[in-house]
Write a protein that binds this ligand. Structure first.
Ligand code: NAI
Length: 343
């Protein structure tokens, strides 16, 4: 099997070559992202392997289908960049539902601690032999209230980490887990009572700009907002306004609404076109990492292993448990006929 691998980064190659060899999958690695202009690179391939900022819209799907491509193997969990409905009957789409919830939850906590204990500032100071503590006062996490929005795999790991710090946890989820051993509250109450708010829900039409000007209005003064989920969960302009008005005490952002042409690339030495991101980065209480939360050795290995297993399962058995499909590619006996889709 041959797969065109888009948006390749050096850290992707070793694990995909290793697991690809075992599974007899040849990956053709391209640095470019998948979009309507680059789709033709997949000519002669059975499928494409894509990441979060590749574009798999209707136009790209039609172009890939015309080339004879059969599958889209997402090497990530989120699939908001894929028009899954349009793909039905043309391309089969698989994703990696979980690879290391610990990687993302631990990164969220790393950002929180870095931000509130000013580690990023202290690191630069001591490198310059400046041992002053002025302006580095933080606050204890112990006893603070953390609001966790989205209590799936990553949200639950984050909740456990927070409990280890002695924090009070409030949770909100559209589909609360029946076996939860933490307190669910209405979203407005979570926003009003939390000292720290961390986002762990997917990006959908419903969650787009979940954190907007009115949500920020309802938060505590000095609230710390963490987003390791998807950028568009937050209205970046509203966040910037909240920071300028001192309502938001700090923001830890691993994702950004308009990240797709910026994150993962080296733009040092270039003029930043995105004024909102540029302004956010200049703020002393905003910490930005460029969609790095997933990036651990364990996660990279799990991603490559599951992606290759998805491809092998589909091409050898004709089905794949991680397929995102409105009928799993089966003409009958869909495993979720009632819902009309299997994800
Ligand atoms: P999950 O599917 O296990 O959990 C998501 C939770 O969000 C579920 O409990 C679901 O019921 C809840 N949810 C759905 N709609 C909601 C709504 N309207 N309001 C509140 N909650 C809602 O997903 P997982 O694995 O925990 O991942 C969460 C998100 O993290 C992903 O959607 C992805 O966007 C992001 N992510 C970010 C990474 C990074 O490197 N920064 C890496 C991996 C995932």
């Amino acid at each position: 099997m041959k797969f065109a691998f888009f948006d390749t980064k050096p850290y992707d190659i070793p694990s995909f070559e290793r697991f690809g060899k075992d599974a007899e999958i040849e990956f053709k690695f391209f640095e470019t992202k998948l979009n309507a202009d680059t789709a033709s690179l997949a000519a002669g391939c059975d499928g494409v392997c894509v990441f979060v900022n590749d574009t798999v819209n209707a136009e790209v799907i039609d172009r890939l289908h015309a080339l004879g491509v059969k599958a889209v193997a997402l090497r990530c969990a989120g699939y908001n960049n894929v028009d899954v409905k349009h793909a039905f009957g043309k391309l089969h789409v698989f994703h990696v539902p979980a690879y290391s919830p610990y990687a993302v939850a631990e990164h969220a906590m790393a950002m929180l601690l870095t931000s509130i204990r000013r580690i990023h500032k202290a690191y630069i100071r001591t490198k310059d032999h400046n041992f002053s503590l002025s302006g580095l006062t933080g606050f204890d996490l112990h006893g603070k209230t953390v609001g966790v929005i989205g209590t799936g795999r990553i949200g639950r790991v984050f909740i456990n980490i927070c409990r280890g710090f002695g924090m009070r946890v409030l949770a909100y989820d559209k589909f609360p887990a029946p076996d939860a051993d933490f307190e669910y509250v209405e979203l407005n109450r979570l926003l009003a009572e939390s000292d720290i708010i961390s986002l762990h829900c997917p990006l959908t039409e419903e969650t787009r700009h979940l954190i907007d000007a009115s949500a920020i209005e309802g938060m505590k003064k000095g609230v710390v907002i963490i987003n390791t989920s998807r950028g568009a969960l937050i209205d970046a302009e509203a966040l910037l306004a909240g920071i300028k008005s001192r309502k938001v005490g700090a923001a830890c952002l691993d994702v950004y609404e308009e990240e797709s042409d910026i994150f993962f690339e080296d733009f040092s030495g270039h003029i930043m076109d995105d004024d909102t991101l540029a302004r956010l980065i200049t703020m002393p209480n905003v910490l930005v990492t460029s969609h790095q939360a997933f990036l651990t050795e364990e996660a990279l290995a799990n991603i490559a292993e599951t992606t290759c297993a998805n491809i092998v399962s589909f091409f050898e058995k004709g089905e794949c448990e991680n397929e995102l499909c409105y009928r799993c590619g089966r003409t009958e006996n869909c495993r979720n006929e009632r819902k009309g889709r299997c994800f």
